[in-house]
Design a protein around this ligand. Structure first.
Ligand SMILES: [Zn+2]
Length: 373
C-alpha cells in the first residue's frame, strides 16, 4: 500500500507572526504527535487570528490550545481558508518561537489539482497538462520518500518545489489531467530494478537540458537526468532569450550576502568570474572576488538564485564588468534547465506528441507506470 499523503509547507520558509484562518465546516482538533483529541467536534471558525499564545500553546482567535503542535481535520473537504486561499485536507499548525508554521496534509491526487495551473498557463495543450501532472506527481512522491526522518513537510508551495495554490487555482482542465493520469509516475530501470526519480522540470531550457549534478552536486546522476537533450522546441517561450540585466556592485553584494552571510567577509563584490561552463554556455561554478582580494566560489545555480531567479532567468549568460557594476547579457532559457522543458513540451504536444512520448524525450530511458488505481 502506497502512502499517498503529501505534506505541503505553506506561506514561505519562516514562521509567520499570525495569519487569518477560517474553517467552514465542523472539525476535530488533535495534538499532532500523540493523536489525542482536544474536546468534542469544534464549530466552524470565521476569520480567527492564529498566533502563538503569550505563554505556551497556540491561540485560535480567543481560544487557547494548550499544545505547540496541532492538527485541524475538517469534516468536509476544501473547508480550510488560510490567508485568502482555500485548501483541501487537514492543516497542521506548529508553534516555532514567536511564530506559527502551517502545513497542509492531503492526498497527492488532491494536491495535484492545486499544482497544475500554478505551473502551466491555461492555454497549454491537454497533453502538456498530462505530462506536467505525471512529472509533478513523481516529483512530490520522490520528495516525500527522500525527506530526512523528522522533517515535518515534503514540499514547499512555491518554485522551491512546485507552485501550489490549493483549491483557488483548480480548474476543469487540470482536474481532468489529474484524473486521466491517476496514479501514474515516471520510472526508469537501472539494470536491476525500476524506480522513480526526481523529475525536475523548468520553464524553458534554451536549447539543451543540463546534467543534474551541475545544479545539485549531491543528487544521484540517474540516466533520465544526465542532460544533453537537444530541445529545438522552446523558442516560443517569452524568455527564450533574455537580458541585459544591470546590477550595481552594492546590489550584487547585498543579494549574495543575504543568502550567504559568510560572503560578507570578502567585502564589496568587484569581480564575477565564471570558472566552469557547460558546452552550451551555462555557468556551473562562479568565482566571486571581493574588494579585499578574497574570493568565494558558488555553484552557478546557487549564485543565480541569490541574485534573483527572475533577474537572472538562467545560468546561461555572459557577464560584462562596468565601472560600478555588472551587466548580465546574452541570456538563454528560463529556469534550471534540468529534465522536462515546459515550453518545449508544449510545442511537442501541439505537434501531436502524446504525454508519454514527451516525458520519454525529456527524461531519456524513462517510462510511465501506474502505481495505484
Ligand atoms: Zn527547451
Amino acid at each position: 500500500m502506497i502512502d499517498r499523503q503529501i505534506r505541503v509547507r505553506l506561506l514561505g520558509r519562516r514562521p509567520r507572526p499570525s495569519e487569518p484562518l477560517s474553517v467552514t465546516a465542523p472539525f476535530t482538533l488533535t495534538e499532532t504527535r500523540t493523536g489525542t483529541q482536544f474536546g468534542d467536534t469544534q464549530s466552524p471558525l470565521s476569520g480567527v487570528t492564529v498566533r502563538p499564545a503569550s505563554s505556551a500553546g497556540i491561540q485560535l482567535g480567543e481560544k487557547l490550545i494548550p499544545s505547540d503542535d496541532i492538527l485541524l481535520t475538517p469534516s468536509r473537504d476544501a473547508a480550510l481558508v488560510l490567508a485568502d486561499k482555500t485548501y483541501r485536507g487537514a492543516m497542521r499548525i506548529q508553534r516555532q518561537g514567536d511564530g506559527v508554521v502551517f502545513t497542509n496534509h492531503l492526498d497527492i491526487e488532491s494536491y495535484l489539482r492545486g499544482v497544475l495551473r500554478g505551473e502551466l498557463p491555461r492555454y497549454f495543450h491537454f497533453e502538456s497538462f498530462k505530462a506536467q501532472c505525471v512529472a509533478a506527481r513523481t516529483y512530490a512522491l520522490y520528495c516525500k520518500r527522500e525527506k530526512p526522518a523528522g522533517t515535518t513537510f515534503d514540499v514547499y508551495d512555491d518554485e522551491g518545489s512546485q507552485v501550489y495554490n490549493g483549491v483557488t487555482m483548480e480548474d476543469p482542465v487540470s482536474d481532468r489531467a489529474v484524473q486521466e493520469t491517476r496514479g501514474e509516475v515516471a520510472v526508469y530501470h537501472d539494470g536491476k530494478s525500476e524506480d522513480i526519480f526526481c523529475t525536475y522540470y523548468s520553464s524553458c531550457c534554451g536549447g539543451l537540458s543540463q546534467h543534474v549534478n551541475n545544479v545539485k552536486p549531491n543528487d544521484p546522476p540517474v540516466a533520465p537526468l544526465v542532460g544533453g537533450v537537444a530541445c529545438n522546441d522552446c523558442y516560443v517561450a517569452p524568455r527564450y532569450r533574455w537580458g541585459p540585466e544591470t546590477l550595481s556592485r552594492a546590489e550584487v553584494t547585498k543579494r549574495l550576502t543575504a543568502r550567504y552571510p559568510t560572503i560578507r567577509k570578502i567585502g564589496t563584490v568587484t569581480e564575477l568570474k565564471p570558472r566552469k561552463r557547460t558546452t552550451d554556455g551555462r555557468v556551473i561554478s562562479i568565482e566571486i572576488v571581493g574588494s579585499g582580494g578574497q574570493r568565494e566560489v558558488l555553484v552557478g545555480e546557487d549564485f543565480r538564485l541569490s541574485i534573483g531567479s527572475r533577474v537572472l532567468k538562467s545560468t546561461n549568460f555572459q557577464i560584462e564588468t562596468t565601472k560600478d557594476g555588472f551587466v548580465f547579457k546574452d541570456g538563454k532559457g528560463f529556469g534550471h534547465g534540468m529534465g522536462l522543458c515546459q515550453y518545449g513540451m508544449e510545442t511537442k504536444a501541439r505537434r501531436g506528441m502524446n504525454y508519454r512520448d514527451i516525458l520519454a524525450a525529456y527524461y531519456p530511458g524513462s517510462t510511465v507506470k501506474k502505481l495505484y488505481d
